[in-house]
Design a protein around this ligand. Sequence first.
Ligand SMILES: C[S@+](CC[C@H](N)C(=O)[O-])C[C@H]1O[C@@H](n2cnc3c(N)ncnc32)[C@H](O)[C@@H]1O
Length: 350
Amino acid sequence: MAVSGFEGFEKRLELRFFHATTNKNPMGLRLIDFESLNQVLTQVQCTVVSAVANHTFDAYVLSESSLFVYPTKLIIKTCGTTQLLKSIQPFINLARDLNLTLRACRYSRGSFIFPNAQPFPYTAFQDEVVTVEASLPKSLRHRKASVMTPSNNINTPRAWHVFTASADVEPDESNNNVLVVEVCMTELDRVNALTFFKRKGDDKKNSDSAGREMTRMSGIDTINENAFICDFAFDPCGYSMNGVDGERYSTIHVTPEDGFSYASFECGLSLYDDGRGDVAEVLCRAIDVFRPDCVSIATTYGGEDYDSEVTKRVERVLAKKLGLKCRSRLMDEFPGSGRVVFQSFTPRRR
Ligand SMILES: C[S@+](CC[C@H](N)C(=O)[O-])C[C@H]1O[C@@H](n2cnc3c(N)ncnc32)[C@H](O)[C@@H]1O
């Protein structure tokens, strides 16, 4: 851990593949053995602390955040001072052994709370971009890096950094209509944050049962009642969970320490699924768990027919139910990788 405090803001990497041969094993990347995954994670400097799977994907809680493995898609987010980008090359190689070829890559992160504590290349976004580019095959020739910086940001200008690379200009079918929402929250309500500290007597509980209790006491279990939750409590504080609901994943990570408190919520869903999760209501429930003073939401939409109504509805619902005012809304397009809308919120009272 850095002397300054724990860096909650995650680095996130998404790799999408396609079957290079007609012999398509439906399990795809899920056939990567655990030992190989572990070797990659060792390079990243984190470990698996808990895991769950359903018929669609595997979800791992890591010592620093989460890993999701779908047949042709892999999502890994890691916090602290981890070396996430060291996973790109080994993942591409493991996929190649399964006849899977890289189709697209997306790397994103917020602005670190402790930028000076990061190792190279995470000290400057342009160096991260150079590192990602050096790990990618030339076939991913449609590339773009963007730093989305709110101009009227209130106290701390927190930008959203995105790099994408894609083999095609058009979004591919597997990513069509897929919505990924990443919420970053700082300055958590102090009372709510206390839920994520182990209490007296908790030393008799293991990390799973202490995690389960935090899930229930915080109300995280009500965000999506259909999700199976795999949760983990860190010692003496900190919490991580992955939610598994059919094809949909969700994940929450909490750094509750005062002075650098941070929580993230992320979910992936199809815009046209059965409507079980009105995105705005889901986000509202997730943010209400933490009642933060600063919220940013990055919404990535993989398809072409993006409807801005989704993010506008988020603004209306957060204003009405949580008193959060949208201070900035930015949009950018990425060839073959869709659109990103980045919104920043603070309480209306400010
Ligand atoms: C891994 S969790 C969640 C990380 C996540 N990105 C976040 O901050 O939202 C980090 C929290 O767990 C605490 N923690 C305790 N032991 C830890 C460990 N061995 N590795 C990582 N975090 C640990 C940290 O102090 C911090 O409060």
